[in-house]
Design a protein around this ligand. Structure first.
Ligand code: ADP
Ligand code: MG
Length: 222
């Protein structure tokens, strides 16, 4: 346990560093982007602008994922009623899901499931999982979300998709920073989600076969 504790503390410091860098880099990057757009209007020769802009967009995507790991002073723990949070997220992501022929279904919820947490961070975790599910179902499918209280003081949240699944050699590596199998992936979603769940004193497990993937998150109830 000692080693486990040390490990998670190390992760948190790495996460804080990443978040700090993301915050610091964002402002100068925004300035660069603004001046680039001014230059673009003045220059006759438009070669390279497209490339520079798409590379800046790529940096912004990576920063936006890292920025979810807020500075510790910005993390605000409050009472979160999970079923309401899940409904919010479903609304947020439904357009993207429908466009991809994916049905997101919220199963039965049992019990008053309220946890203590940072709403924005928790939302981001569940959005990351649902985005990955949608991306794993290029030909459509479904993702079911279920919540149930277990024991006296915990809640289990399942995400079950009917996607391509994750082969064992990849399953071993997901959550490593920058590990992605996607052409435009950042490989940061799961790492950041794991970190946030740990900061909420929870755990996360992944199971997968050719029929799809199951993610199980366990969090302490309030
Ligand atoms: P990214 O989505 O940018 O690739 P993530 O950290 O979110 O980064 O995911 C890492 C990798 O884990 C993905 O590239 C993909 O190979 C795999 N993965 C994650 N979730 C799923 C899922 N639901 N089904 C299949 N593969 C998944
Ligand atoms: Mg992802």
């Amino acid at each position: 346990t000692q080693e486990l504790l040390l490990n998670s503390e190390k992760l948190t410091i790495a996460g804080q560093l990443a978040a700090g860098i993301a915050h610091e880099v964002r402002n100068p990057l925004t300035a660069i982007k603004g001046f680039l757009q001014l230059m673009e209007r003045k220059m006759e020769d438009q070669t390279y602008f497209g490339i520079i802009e798409s590379e800046i967009d790529r940096i912004e995507l990576i920063l936006s994922e890292l920025l979810v790991l807020a500075k510790p002073q910005d993390v605000k723990f409050e009472s979160v009623y999970l079923p309401a949070l899940i409904e919010d997220i479903k609304t947020l992501i439904d357009t993207q899901a429908i466009m991809n022929n994916v049905e997101i279904e919220v199963g039965n919820t049992v019990g008053p499931i309220t946890i203590n947490g940072d709403i924005n961070q928790l939302k981001q975790v569940f959005i990351n999982f649902l985005k990955n599910a949608i991306e794993a179902m290029p030909n459509g499918g479904s993702c079911i979300i279920e919540m149930k209280a277990i024991g006296e003081n915990k809640v289990k949240i399942f995400f079950k998709d009917t996607g391509d699944g994750i082969p064992p050699h990849i399953l071993k590596r997901i959550g490593e920073p920058f590990f992605t199998t996607k052409e435009n992936g950042t490989g940061l979603g799961i790492m950041i989600s794991k970190q946030i769940i740990e900061n909420h004193h929870g755990t996360v497990h992944f199971w997968s076969d050719k029929k799809g993937t199951i993610i199980e998150v366990i969090l302490p109830l309030q």
